[in-house]
Design a protein around this ligand. Structure first.
Ligand code: 3PG
Ligand code: MG
Length: 402
């Protein structure tokens, strides 16, 4: 059932609308500059729609994990640079609220807002009450606005974030309208369509490091796909679990245990790489392509040329492709081939192509293929959890459309 969305909010002229966005964007470690603005761009249609309808917008997001940051890192987690990027992309000024998440300064700034104005609150996680779903904190935020929009798909799986759960719950109790934004509506529609009636043949492509984190996701995918192609670091987990020597590749014992129950699908639904690029751990310039055991001192860094060709052919034959996790160590140009060719093959497909968020989306974007996919999710953990069929507390606060 579809959730209420922007058109269900009623007349917005002169209204103040709280919009929870996910502007938790990757930052340059040294300068704190926004390294990838995809999540900001993804929220613009909702913001523009609200402004065009005569509302003013109070946007709010978390950024990073300040509770775990050093004071130096924390200084880079203020929303100032995000606000500047948001303003540039929106093409109008965005006021960054005072150096507090809620309080007298914010209340005064919001009271002075006129239709068409945009304010971005300070990093929600600077207030420890945000991640405790605190009711008082939620009440302070709620008092600022007439309506609430959740357009933060990447954070929808967080059940303890006040801005995601307690705030819309408080608005609900106060009889104020709530809706999902255009981004969340689109993410839900695409993922639901993908999982309920994917067009066959359906191909899954899984990469990344940890099988243990993705075990529930893999198990659900196995019920939907005709084939699940494996790449990335988890390749070596599967190999080790099958008793193949993985040389110097680091594979944790708990990963091998997690992969155990999946081995029965290898050779039927699960397809492992037939070859892989390995590099010498103490001299990454020394590489070779390997088909069997990995020599001592070498570690697996990418899928090999035969595997790339086989995977490209499978993508060409598929009507639906779902991809999550890089196929190799793509941040290193020399080991990015697998990830790049898979992204390229998907972008050339005439079928439905969906990319799970996080670093997979970053890879698709880095190689210039993101715009040629059917959908690139803005959710990393949220994408996995939604596919797994988890029920989100955040979305439970938004009513279904009549
Ligand atoms: C994400 O990128 O996963 C979301 O923005 C949520 O952030 P979190 O993982 O720190 O809760
Ligand atoms: Mg996360």
């Amino acid at each position: 059932m579809a959730k209420k969305t922007l058109d269900d909010l009623g007349d917005l002229k002169g209204k103040k609308v709280l919009v929870r966005v996910d502007f938790n964007v990757p930052l340059d470690k040294k300068t704190g500059a926004v390294k990838n603005d995809r999540r900001i761009r993804a929220a613009l249609p909702t913001i523009k729609h609200l402004l065009d309808a005569g509302a003013s917008v109070i946007a709010m997001s978390h950024l990073g994990r300040p509770e775990k940051a050093t004071p130096e890192e924390r200084a880079n987690l203020t929303m100032d640079k995000v606000a500047a990027k948001f303003s540039e992309l929106l093409g109008k000024p965005v006021k960054k609220a005072a150096n507090e998440v809620v309080g007298a300064g914010v209340t005064a700034a919001v009271a002075a807002m006129k239709p068409g104005d945009v304010i971005l609150l300070e990093n929600l996680r600077f207030d420890p009450r945000e991640q405790k779903n605190d009711a008082e904190f939620a009440a302070a935020i709620t008092s600022l606005a007439d309506a609430y929009v959740n357009d933060a798909f990447g954070t929808c799986h967080n059940d303890k974030d006040a801005s995601m759960v307690a705030v819309p719950a408080a608005l609900k109790a106060a009889g104020k309208p709530r809706a999902v934004g255009l981004l969340v509506a689109k993410e839900l529609e695409i993922i639901e369509g993908l999982m309920s009636a994917p067009k066959a043949p359906v191909l899954g492509i899984m990469g990344g490091a940890k099988v243990s984190d993705k075990i529930a996701f893999i198990n659900v995918l196995l019920t939907k796909v005709d084939q699940l192609l494996i790449g990335g670091k988890m390749t070596y987990t599967f190999l080790k679990a099958r008793g193949v020597d993985v040389g110097a590749t680091r594979v944790g014992d708990e990963e091998v245990v997690a992969a155990g129950p999946l081995l029965k699908h290898v050779g039927t639904k699960i397809v492992l790489p037939v070859d892989y690029v390995v590099a010498k751990s103490d001299d990454l310039l020394q590489t070779q392509v390997c088909e069997g055991p990995i020599p001592a001192g070498f570690e697996g860094v990418d899928i090999g040329p035969k595997t790339i060709e086989a995977y490209k052919a499978a993508i060409k034959d598929a009507a639906t492709v779902i991809w999550n996790g890089p196929l190799g160590w793509f941040e290193q140009a020399a080991f990015a081939r697998g990830t790049q060719y898979i992204a390229e093959a998907m972008s050339a497909s005439s079928g439905v192509t969906v990319v799970g968020g996080g670093e997979t989306a970053e890879a698709a974007e880095q190689f210039g293929y993101a715009d040629k996919m059917t959908h690139v999710s803005t959710g990393g953990g949220a994408f996995l959890a939604y596919v797994e069929g988890k029920k989100f507390q955040s979305l439970a606060q938004i009513d279904d459309r009549a």
